[in-house]
Design a protein around this ligand. Structure first.
Ligand code: SF4
Length: 349
């Protein structure tokens, strides 16, 4: 969809002067398709758009073009859809993406989400490994049970697995500790820890550092979706604590698909009166990106579906921004835009 700005009628009457001020502020937002002559005549846009009249309050709705699936998720979903075109069912080990609505869409096409317990009991079926990746033990189990693996591990995660495996193999175990900055129990982290024969120490919170021996060499990596600032803080903390006589290697392995979005999403969030951040509740990067929105715009709301929108939130609002995580489908953000339009037309009835 080429047009991201939609105009909707909502809430209550405004004076012409108020309206002009509102329009002027909106045009400074950088919305790509802001109509210049919006006050002269009803507008027609390529997206179903409600015409407006001058004496109504108008909301500009902008969808962040930088939000939506990263290439790792696009790749996984494309693979799943290709396989489903051939035959169904297709099993997927864990949610293919941390977004319930997208999982539901693919489920209707024949994708069945299973957990490891169920995986262990399956034989002679096709199972997709999602972008997060899996530890070597899962591949061994698949081989033993004649399971055809559709491997959709993200290339960035795969590369990180290989680096950690290499570090584990080249650093003598009695002298070195492999440490991973990540979320304990997260699927990607489990896959990374598996590269070290489950010996790596995962540091999620500061207290987890107690497990790390500061008199022994440390080789540190990061889960791809962690924050760069958190990683840098951890590096500085270890530098202060570690015995100067031992070695400390650290590798920033954070995926820029997430961190590069932060400056953009902050700029996007700050220029709207209200922000709807669309994300599944299990998404790590969704939480991190939403926190960035909230930091610059306290009127930011984390929603999973359009149904989470409360009409009263739009009262007195002139611009609404819709953005999301690397696991948020564009179609879902479009549904949110439609819901906003619906609320507006209902309110005007
Ligand atoms: S965030 Fe980065 S590492 Fe994770 S799936 Fe997307 S592209 Fe891959």
């Amino acid at each position: 969809m080429s047009v991201f700005v939609r105009c909707v009628l909502i809430l209550h009457k405004f004076s012409a002067d108020n309206g002009l001020n509102t329009r002027s502020e909106g045009d400074q937002t950088g919305c790509r398709d802001s109509p210049m002559n919006i006050w002269q005549k009803p507008i027609t846009m390529s997206y179903p758009c409600i015409t407006y009249s001058e004496n109504k309050h108008m909301i500009k709705i902008e969808m962040d073009t930088g939000s939506g699936f990263c290439f790792g998720v696009v790749n996984a979903i494309k693979k799943a859809e290709q396989e489903l075109d051939n035959a169904s069912p297709l099993y997927c080990l864990g949610d293919i993406v941390h977004n319930g609505s997208e999982v539901e869409r693919l489920n209707k096409r024949g994708l069945q989400i299973i957990e490891h317990e169920e995986f262990d009991s399956l034989k002679n079926v096709r199972v997709l490994f999602r972008a997060h990746g899996e530890p070597p033990s899962t591949y061994l189990a698949a081989k033993a049970n004649h399971i055809q693996v559709i491997d959709a591990t993200c290339p960035v995660v795969l590369k990180l697995q290989q680096r950690i495996k290499h570090a584990y193999e080249t650093h003598p175990h009695h002298e070195w500790q492999i440490v991973i900055y990540g979320k304990i129990g997260h699927a990607e982290v489990n896959g990374l820890v598996g590269q070290t024969g489950n010996t790596a120490i995962v540091v999620e919170h500061w207290e987890d550092l107690d497990q790390v021996d500061m008199n022994k060499n440390i080789c540190l990596f990061a889960q791809t979706t962690k924050s760069i600032s958190g990683f840098n803080n951890l590096v500085e903390t270890i530098k202060k604590k570690i015995n100067p006589a031992v070695s400390f290697e650290f590798y920033d392995t954070i995926c820029r698909q997430v961190s590069n979005r932060i400056p953009n999403i902050r700029t996007f969030a700050v220029r709207h009166d209200i922000v709807f951040f669309v994300s599944g509740t299990k998404s790590s990067n969704g939480k991190a990106l939403f926190d960035e929105c909230k930091a610059v715009n306290p009127n930011s709301h984390l929603i999973s579906t359009p149904e989470d929108i409360t009409p009263s939130l739009l009262k007195g609002v002139s611009t609404a921004g819709i953005c999301g995580a690397t696991s948020t489908p564009k179609w879902l953000m479009e549904e949110v835009a439609k819901k906003l339009e619906k609320i507006a037309s209902v309110t005007n009835d």
